[in-house]
Design a protein around this ligand. Sequence first.
Ligand code: NAI
Length: 379
Amino acid sequence: MVKLKWGLVGGGEGSQIGPAHRLGAQADGLFTLTAGALDHDADRGRAFAQDLGIASDRAYGDWAEMLAAESAREDRVDLVTVATPNATHFEITKAFLQAGFHVLCEKPMTMTVAEAEEIVQTVAETGKICAVNYCYSAYPLVREMRRMVTDGEIGKVRLVVTNFSHGHHADAADADNPRLRWRYDPAMAGVSGQFADCGIHALHMAGFICNDQVTALQADFASTVASRTLEDDAMVNFRMQGGTVGRLWTSSVALGRQHGFDIQVFGETGGLRWASEQPNQVLYTPLNGRTQIIEKGEGGLSDEAARLSRVPIAHPEGFPLAVANIYVDLAASIRGQPHGALPTAEDGLRSIAAIHQAVISARDDGAWVDARPPSLRGQ
Ligand code: NAI
């Protein structure tokens, strides 16, 4: 299969989401990072793009240069990911769509409703794909929850309760850090801070799992760090078209919550719970029954959840990234660069010796034996 050519705007060196896009897009060998305008600083962006293996004539200083040059090429990129700060999403996304590129845009898609309407209109006019990176909805067990709700396995959904709260912006003394400041600055982030940053995932997920749409809401926003214009904490009550009641809490000052996204769906005949800190499991409690644990990768999952269980059971979410870390250190080692601890042939030898010695011990009613290989017994 011919690999698709992929272009990235934003996601430069040191950015938060850039590494996830680079790993995600290239994990299956479906896309090759071919072009990029990666940084607000043109020189830094060009240099980092070339470090990542992008050819120098496709390592662009800014997105407008990339748009013009890629549009003129016969071998233009197939997909452009927009992973810049929020205020730039609309202009960049619209321009690439209009030029005939498919786009994956980071959330929030735009700053205003009018802009979002324009993007939807542009998609209709161009026929191009514009996806938005609500990535949590792609966890296999989130898909399983959606399937269970759709198939009526928990009955009519009465209530959805979801939290996306962390404490990573709780340090008032660090509030002026440029990496944080833009998220609470209306000029850069839009009308909302934390709700648009994290609450948006929770709101999307509620609708996604319930296969329903939010039709009404009420909100209480608070800026608990005084210097912030936009909210860093929000409580939102909502209602869905099908009558489901929704409760959503999102915060960036909730010290102690680390990857704090969880969602519970309460139906007339059962309840479901998923949390990003335990993404391998959904807890399912049938009415009048005991809580059951549904595991990623186990038998009996829906086709969709099975398809997205990328590594078999016994390997948790994140396992491929542990393998990727081995490759990162291997590449550094081959290049003679500093790297982390690589499991070596000596580790392999120690393991083999220990296995053989364990067999001997087991045959000898569990006697203590030297676990080391003969060559390393003196060490
Ligand atoms: P960041 O501040 O860590 O990095 C932004 C990157 O974009 C930097 O490399 C910067 O130099 C570059 N940049 C800024 N303006 C640019 C421009 N005009 N052209 C090219 N590059 C430009 O920001 P972060 O946290 O990576 O967020 C970026 C976007 O991703 C935001 O919209 C954010 O909401 C979203 N995001 C989504 C997540 C998700 O779960 N889907 C998680 C984290 C962020």
